[in-house]
Design a protein. Sequence first.
Length: 94
Amino acid sequence: MSDYQFISVYRSTRKADTYVFVRRGQAWDELPEEFRHLFGQPVHAMDLLLKPERQLARVTGRDVLDAIADKDFYLQLPEEHENFVPEFGRQLGD
């Protein structure tokens, strides 16, 4: 993995305070269909240059970059909904 990557962040139109981080320029239809259905129409929030050592609100850049390398996306849910992550992961085959 390179030292940094350009990342695009999108917010969900179906779930408040829910964001997905993907490689900049990645096609939405490359993500799992189940995920796209649950997430809803993505709304571009920002682009950023992400380094592994960068600290984001709840995770490190390393966490995001590792998830993107493994699954092609990193999903950030609102803190009060973190218990949904295992269910969401099961739906995506984790």
